[in-house]
Design a protein around this ligand. Structure first.
Ligand SMILES: [Mg+2]
Length: 273
């Protein structure tokens, strides 16, 4: 790990979420689900690990494919774990999806409050209608037949199909539950249309992060197909933690993780000490 360097290039996290973080830094980019927590349950030592990184002078970004929480909800949840965040430190797949939507577009949102907030912040209009310009799909606890039908009608009528992420599953303390990809794929299957996916490992979220961090940054996550490929495409080392969806390294991964640890605290202690 290179020494921390405040050599700066003025930038911004995104035009949607103008940030107090007006510099690029060497950062630890941390996935959230499976790294800091499992649903509402903290992973032991994760907040201590974040504090150690900050004390050592590293920037931290939370780069998540979870599209459901609003920014305030992220701030509150991280705060409840003892982690205070500055504007711009959370970069979500909702923000990435919103970066693909133009002001004034009418958007049928399938997803949670975070996706609706991001779409509205892009200057688009959230509509509950099958004559939308865009269908934006994230994780939706209330996903059902009526929603698929409305999305199908809109997309077959020419609406663009934007997805926050393609994660097949979501890790909880009680095991895996369906992820946003399960909802995205059912709409894709019924329409025969492939979505433009914005979250990790895809370009839209990479663009948001690129404006915020410098070279030498690293990505920590629990899933190769999202975090690992995201790191590869961004030219960052990938540090795998086994506290989420992945229980073992798959030898077919290219490249293999630069580091593997049972959890974030073990990883950070190993790197810093
Ligand atoms: Mg994860």
């Amino acid at each position: 790990m290179p020494a921390f360097n405040r050599g700066c290039v003025v930038g911004e996290v995104s035009k949607l979420y103008r940030s107090a973080l007006a510099v690029t830094e060497i950062c630890w980019c941390l996935d959230l689900d499976g790294v800091l927590w499992l649903a509402d349950q903290p992973i032991a030592g994760s907040s201590e690990a974040v504090k150690m990184l900050r004390a050592a002078g590293f920037g931290v970004r939370f780069v998540t494919n979870n599209s459901v929480p609003t920014l305030e909800q992220y701030r509150s949840k991280l705060g409840s774990f003892g982690i205070e965040i500055a504007d711009g430190e959370v970069i979500s797949s909702s923000m990435a999806a919103a970066s693909l939507i133009a002001p004034g577009e009418r958007v049928y949102v399938v997803g949670g409050a975070g996706l609706r907030e991001a779409v509205a912040s892009a200057g688009a209009e959230v509509v509950d209608s099958s004559d939308a310009d865009v269908v934006a799909v994230g994780w939706a606890r209330d996903f059902n037949f009526e929603i698929i039908s409305k999305a199908l009608s809109a997309i077959l009528a020419g609406a663009r199909f934007v997805a926050t992420n393609d994660d097949p599953t979501y890790p909880t303390p009680n095991g895996l539950v369906p992820g946003a990809g399960s909802m995205v794929r059912s709409i894709s299957y019924s329409t025969g249309v492939e979505p433009e996916v914005s979250g990790k490992p895809n370009r839209a979220i990479s663009e948001l992060l690129k404006q915020s961090v410098g070279s030498g940054s690293v990505m920590v996550g629990d899933r190769f197909s999202t975090d690992g490929l995201f790191a590869k495409r961004a030219g960052m080392p990938f540090y795998l933690v086994l506290s989420g969806v992945t229980k073992d390294v798959d030898p077919s991964w290219d490249p293999p993780p630069s580091k593997v640890a049972s959890d974030l605290l073990t990883l950070v202690k190993g790197v810093l000490n």
